[in-house]
Design a protein around this ligand. Structure first.
Ligand SMILES: [Zn+2]
Length: 274
C-alpha cells in the first residue's frame, strides 16, 4: 500500500525491517528509491504503480547493502542508479562466481525464500561528484557521504522539502557504522552533511522506521550524533533505541553491543606497544 508523505512523494513499507521504498512522481513516470525486499512486496508496489498509471522511469539505491539493491522484473527495466562507489561495491560482489550463494546465506531466514536475486545489484554508477539525479522530475540532489556504507547517498528533493536518508536517522536502528578505517569520523562527516541541509527539510524518510517531520528532523540528527559521540568516548549510551527499543526490536540492541565491543577492541590494540 502506498502512502503519501509529501506532495508527489509516497512510501511503500516492507514489513520485516520496516524498509521504506520511496516513490517520487516525475514528468513521465516515477523514481523508485530502494525498491523493496520480497517478491510479494515488490509485485504489490508494481501493481499500485500500474493502478496509478505511472511507470518506473528511474531507480536509485542509497547504498550497496542487500536490502537496498533488490529489484523485481515487474518494476520494469528503467536505469537503476547509485553512486560510482556503490556500483563498484556491487561489481566487487559479482566478481565472485558464487556471489548468489553468499548473498542468499546472509538473508534473514523469514524472507529468504521470497527474496528475488535475479536482478540483484544491477546498479548504474553515476560519475563521482554527480550533484543531481538524471531524470525528468523535481530536482533530486545527491548527497554522498562516507557514513554507514561505501558510496552511501542521501537524496534531497528541494522543491518538496523531502530528505531521503538511506540507512541514517532511523528511529528503529542506532547509527550503524561502516567497517572503514575511521568509522566514527566518517559517520560524523555524514551527519554533518545532513545537518547542513536540515533547514531545507520538512519531511525526512529514513531507510528504516517512521517518517520524521519538522522539528523531529533536527532531533533525529542530534540523537544520532549523541549516540556516535558516546560510542567514540566509551560512555554508556542513554539512547532510547538501546535502552528501550521499540517492542519486537529488542534484538537490535545487539547492533549497539557489537559496535561498542569492536571499538573497545580497536582502542586496546592501539594502546598495545609492539
Ligand atoms: Zn538497510
Amino acid at each position: 500500500m502506498l502512502k503519501q508523505v509529501a506532495e508527489g512523494v509516497l512510501i511503500h513499507r516492507s514489513e520485516l525491517l520496516e524498509n521504506n521504498t520511496v516513490v517520487v512522481h516525475g514528468r513521465d513516470g516515477v523514481l523508485l528509491v530502494d525498491a523493496g525486499i520480497t517478491s510479494a512486496e515488490m509485485t504489490c508496489l508494481a501493481k499500485d504503480l500500474r493502478g496509478l498509471g505511472r511507470p518506473v522511469v528511474a531507480g536509485f539505491s542509497t547504498h550497496p547493502d542487500w536490502d537496498h539493491v533488490l529489484w523485481h522484473a515487474e518494476l520494469g527495466e528503467a536505469p537503476r542508479y547509485g553512486t560510482a562507489r556503490c556500483a563498484a561495491v556491487m561489481q566487487d560482489v559479482f566478481s565472485n562466481a558464487d556471489w548468489k550463494v553468499g548473498v542468499a546465506e546472509g538473508l534473514p531466514p523469514e524472507i529468504a525464500e521470497d527474496t528475488p536475486l535475479d536482478l540483484y545489484g544491477l546498479i548504474t554508477g553515476l560519475p563521482a561528484e554527480t550533484a543531481q539525479l538524471p531524470w525528468h522530475g523535481p530536482k533530486v540532489r545527491i548527497i554522498e557521504h562516507p557514513a554507514h556504507a561505501p558510496g552511501h547517498a542521501a537524496l534531497l528533493i528541494e522543491e518538496r522539502r523531502v530528505l531521503i536518508a538511506g540507512d541514517m536517522l532511523s528511529d528503529v536502528f542506532v547509527p550503524m557504522l561502516d567497517d572503514s578505517d575511521n568509522p566514527i569520523e566518517d559517520y560524523l562527516v555524514g551527519l554533518g552533511l545532513l545537518e547542513g541541509v536540515a533547514d531545507d527539510v520538512d519531511v525526512l524518510i529514513p531507510g528504516h522506521g517512521s517518517v520524521a517531520r519538522n522539528d523531529e528532523v533536527r532531533a533525529r540528527i542530534k540523537l544520532d550524533r549523541a549516540y556516535v559521540e558516546d560510542l567514540r568516548d566509551a560512555r554508556v549510551s542513554s539512547d532510547p533505541r538501546v535502552v528501550s527499543p521499540k517492542p519486537g526490536w529488542e534484538w537490535a540492541s545487539g547492533i549497539h553491543e557489537a559496535q561498542a565491543r569492536n571499538l573497545a577492541r580497536g582502542s586496546e590494540r592501539e594502546g598495545t606497544p609492539d
